[in-house]
Design a protein around this ligand. Structure first.
Ligand SMILES: Nc1ncnc2c1ncn2[C@@H]1O[C@H](COP(=O)(O)OP(=O)(O)OP(=O)(O)O)[C@@H](O)[C@H]1O
Ligand SMILES: [Mg+2]
Length: 413
């Protein structure tokens, strides 16, 4: 609420309890995200005042960014582009940011996303996450007259994001199982975790270098994977970041535990530089509109050049224009337009759930927040596997995400 970006990420080997920590089980066992939602709404004025909370839920599956809250997610979750903008930072273009007003609403949206997220059975974990998941609370609030030397009656806006990241766990081949799909997923998971680990160790070395007056400018390869690109601001920029090291008590996992602790040591050495994200009301929108106008003119000029470098410049400008347009559209949406958009998305999500057979029980429990994943995930996965005994040996390799036609996931609310 104070305008600082935040990030908490759970790291550790497969089966060590990352998903359980981030999302949790029922009631008292609920995890971090439901508790964050409760605290967030408890801190808001009744009715929300001049503040807004939006929720997004994204997975990185085999290096593709997928929107888990998109109404179309149950068919095939849309795959989105990760972009960078000089003023806005790294963001996912077209990601659903659903306005939420209560912890119950957050729980319902997350439940929709959990049904879509890639989860599968491995030798180590019956409900192993096959993707990295990022839940983000986008919080904005209007404040009067803060900021150094500013007009005391000038209206300002604070915008901040809080990411809760449930990483997929690193795993050895024997832990993954024999399925080809699982092994491909495992390679992608390990590859992105390796990129994360390289980035962390470069950042830790850089801190050490600057502490001892040495070269502090070593290159940090944050564009090597979508995971590091998306977490770049949280790990090396303007953010208050915390890591949760999840470890298994089993003696068999000793070497993985050791490497998790070593990783946590490196993370501890990194220093981020959080600042309050506050601007004069409308500043960002005005800047984006000006950028959009400038880009349109440049694009028109570049369209004259039909060949070679001119075409490349034109393509780049068209891409920048698209980014600026999508950010401008998002910021300039009126409350009524947003409400209509949210209502349409909700209705489509309900229809999508209904096509999975969840409509009846959903209507019965409309006002009740659904149970968090935890035991539910295991129960649903076990049931779907019971009903599809051939899964795991087929091309899907037991992956839980399905097209509506093959859907067997039972309703849980
Ligand atoms: N503290 C806990 N209390 C009760 N059950 C737990 C706890 N931690 C983990 N579990 C259970 O252990 C199993 C594995 O946990 P979880 O799925 O959270 O692991 P993970 O680290 O996310 O693994 P992966 O990397 O494969 O996704 C789950 O069935 C989960 O409910
Ligand atoms: Mg998990």
């Amino acid at each position: 609420m104070d305008g600082y970006h935040g990030c908490v990420f759970a790291y550790g080997q497969t089966g060590s309890g990352k998903t359980h920590t981030i999302f949790g089980g029922p009631a008292e066992e609920r995890g971090l995200v439901p508790r964050i939602a409760e605290d967030l709404f408890a801190g808001l004025e009744p009715g929300g005042g001049d503040s807004a909370v939006r929720l997004s839920y994204l997975e990185l599956y085999n290096e593709k960014a997928r929107d888990l809250l998109s109404p179309a997610a149950h068919g095939s979750p849309p795959s989105l582009e990760v972009r960078e903008h000089p003023r806005v930072g790294v963001f996912v273009q077209g990601l659903t940011k659903n306005r939420v007003h209560s912890a119950g609403e957050v729980a319902r949206l997350l439940d929709f996303g959990h049904r879509v997220r890639a989860v599968g059975r491995t030798n180590m974990n019956a409900v192993s996450s096959r993707s990295h998941a990022i839940v983000t609370f986008h919080v904005e609030r209007a404040v009067l007259g803060s900021g150094s030397g500013g007009d005391p009656f000038c209206s300002r806006r604070r915008r901040a994001q809080l990411h809760a990241v449930d990483l997929a766990g690193s795993e050895r081949l024997w832990q993954t199982g024999d399925s080809e799909v699982r092994q491909h997923e495992s390679k992608q998971i390990n590859k992105s975790l390796l990129a994360l680990s390289t980035m962390i160790s470069r950042l830790a070395d850089r801190e050490k270098g600057s502490k001892f007056g040495g070269a502090a400018k070593s290159y940090v390869p944050y564009r090597d994977s979508k995971l590091t690109f998306l977490l770049s601001e949280s790990l090396m920029g303007n953010c208050k970041t915390a890591m949760l090291a999840c470890i298994s008590p089993s003696a068999q996992c000793f070497s993985m535990t050791e490497s998790t602790i070593r990783f946590a040591e490196s993370v501890k050495r990194i220093r981020t530089r959080p600042v309050r994200n506050e601007e004069v009301e409308g500043d960002l929108l005005r800047a984006l509109q000006a950028e959009l106008g400038g880009l349109r003119q440049q694009l028109q000029a570049a369209e004259g050049a039909a060949t070679g470098a001119g075409q490349d410049v034109g393509r780049r400008l068209a891409e920048d224009l698209e980014v600026a347009r999508s950010l401008t559209d998002e910021l300039s949406m009126t409350p009524a337009e947003e409400q209509a958009l949210t209502a349409r998305a909700d209705a489509r999500r309900q229809r999508s759930l209904a096509s999975l057979g969840g409509a009846a029980s959903e209507a019965a429990a409309a006002d009740e927040p659904p149970p968090p994943p935890g035991d539910e995930r295991a129960r649903r996965l076990a049931r779907s596997e019971e009903r599809l005994p051939q899964r795991g040996s087929g091309p899907s390799g037991g992956l839980r995400r399905q097209s509506p036609a093959r859907a067997v996931v039972p309703p849980i609310w």
